[in-house]
Design a protein around this ligand. Sequence first.
Ligand SMILES: *[C@@H]1O[C@H](CO)[C@@H](O)[C@H](O)[C@H]1NC(C)=O
Ligand SMILES: *[C@@H]1O[C@H](CO)[C@@H](O)[C@H](O)[C@H]1NC(C)=O
Ligand SMILES: *[C@@H]1O[C@H](CO)[C@@H](O)[C@H](O)[C@H]1NC(C)=O
Ligand SMILES: *[C@@H]1O[C@H](CO)[C@@H](O)[C@H](O)[C@H]1NC(C)=O
Ligand SMILES: *[C@@H]1O[C@H](CO)[C@@H](O)[C@H](O)[C@H]1NC(C)=O
Ligand SMILES: *[C@@H]1O[C@H](CO)[C@@H](O)[C@H](O)[C@H]1NC(C)=O
Length: 393
Amino acid sequence: MPGLLSSPVCLTVVWFLSWSLRPSCAQIWTNEVSDVQFGRLGSNVTLTCGKSNIRTPAVWHLNRSSALPWHKVRSDGALVLLQVNHSAQGNYSCSDSQGLLLHSINLRLGHPPGLLSISCQVPNHAHVRCSWVEPVKTFLPAKYNASFRGTGQEWTPCVVNVARKHCDVDHPAFWSSMHTLRITETNGLGSETTFIQFQLHKLLKPDPPQSVSVMGIEGYPMRLNVSWDYPSSWPRLPAFPLIFQIRYQPLGSAYWSEINSEGTTVIICDALAGHLHQVQVRARDEVNPETQWSEWSPVLPVWPWSVSTTPDPEEEDFFPFSTKPETSTAESHNVVPEDGGNLGLVILLVLFSVVILTTVFSFIFAVWVRQKRRNHVTKQELTSMVKMKSMPI
Ligand SMILES: *[C@@H]1O[C@H](CO)[C@@H](O)[C@H](O)[C@H]1NC(C)=O
Ligand SMILES: *[C@@H]1O[C@H](CO)[C@@H](O)[C@H](O)[C@H]1NC(C)=O
Ligand SMILES: *[C@@H]1O[C@H](CO)[C@@H](O)[C@H](O)[C@H]1NC(C)=O
Ligand SMILES: *[C@@H]1O[C@H](CO)[C@@H](O)[C@H](O)[C@H]1NC(C)=O
Ligand SMILES: *[C@@H]1O[C@H](CO)[C@@H](O)[C@H](O)[C@H]1NC(C)=O
Ligand SMILES: *[C@@H]1O[C@H](CO)[C@@H](O)[C@H](O)[C@H]1NC(C)=O
């Protein structure tokens, strides 16, 4: 073997093999460390073949294939892609005329950031959340840096959630008359800062009241008892009282009646006896009337108490809307087992009749066979008798 390896022919073969395999090995290695280059959609993008200019003509590939988008190659070997669109994205590699890989570039195309459209929510005095959308899609990964301040104060960071595109400030300086938020978006093609100014108290809008419940009052056909809780996002402190508004109407009426309340329960005294009513509650900061009302709580239906429908739990149904789907699901539940029952019954009946028919037929068959055998026997007896008779004695 050593003799064979050292033979000149074999050495030449080994050298040739290693030389011809070298470019592809090199390509696999360098692709893993390719540069990322960003380009603007619709522009001409220039890709250079490494830092040093090469004299021999360069050969360019996209995603390891030789089909390139609309382009020209400059004399220094640089590739100019003309008016690029999305299909020009990918891995570009440039090799010399012998196929030796010189450089590879991962090209990503998109737009530089534009101004953001920002909106802020203030569900209580201790929290501000601002969210944003990009009016123009950039197609490129972006970073955001957001900060916030009241008039004449230091910038404090607004903590960014990149995936959800919002940022949060805890304990903003509520007493400042004006607040500024700035968000800087940065991507591979540039950066842009958007400012907005607002008055925090004008954005203050609690969440709707929670656990709203409403019921008739026994013995009072025109009264309804409404109660609710503070929204869980609102701190239950004496310094931050809420005022509530309750509205109600008989179902089908065009008008709502309204009551304000500082507490969390109210008795309506002018309900329309014997009619289904709808009730909703909303909340607002009690101290500052410039703040916003919350959304209304979901509509609750309720019957006032009446003599005919005295405490029969089945009849006195406070939530006819919610019971409806229940009955319909109960119906659909009933349908399936009923169907299955019918099918089982049919199968049983068929099996039963098959068994009966088989028994009847085998009985008839047995009788028939017996009869046949008896006939046969009598025939034989007869013939033997005839034979005996005809026998000469
Ligand atoms: C482009 O190169 C990157 C590494 O630089 C690799 O992860 C990716 O799969 C390549 N894509 C194609 C289409 O070759
Ligand atoms: C791109 O290059 C082409 C050809 O060189 C030229 O006609 C065109 O004006 C260039 N477009 C831009 C946006 O530079
Ligand atoms: C993208 O540009 C290439 C030319 O480089 C063209 O053939 C192709 O139709 C374009 N694709 C779209 C979606 O515009
Ligand atoms: C090249 O590969 C990238 C993914 O790495 C893909 O988005 C692009 O469309 C491919 N381009 C061509 C021309 O195949
Ligand atoms: C965000 O902006 C602030 C103020 O300009 C700066 O101090 C901070 O370094 C920036 N942070 C990042 C991650 O760019
Ligand atoms: C109204 O309802 C609340 C809560 O369910 C209850 O505490 C209160 O006693 C009720 N008031 C009347 C007059 O029924």
